[in-house]
Design a protein around this ligand. Sequence first.
Ligand SMILES: [Zn+2]
Length: 100
Amino acid sequence: MGKTKKVVLTPPDLERCQAKKPNGVNFLTLGGRPEMIRCTDKPTVIAKEIKPGKDGLRGSMSLCTHCLLKFMTQMSPSQEDYAFEEIGRDVAKIEHGKEC
Ligand SMILES: [Zn+2]
């Protein structure tokens, strides 16, 4: 582990949602370790931090529709903290709640 002066942020992955979710194993499950696995869905939005974090950097990550809804309900981000950028036209489905 060497010292890294410049922190490089992971660019948003437009092909795969960058959210992590539990793998379904919990402490009551024998023969498995609870861990977070990366979502495999195709992302529909990029969530961007508006205010820089403690490190002075503004992060961003791609999210699929499912993870975005989860993010909204669990984190309840304020509009001052996050901006959401659409990827393609799928986001219109979220906003209107129906398929085109
Ligand atoms: Zn996802």
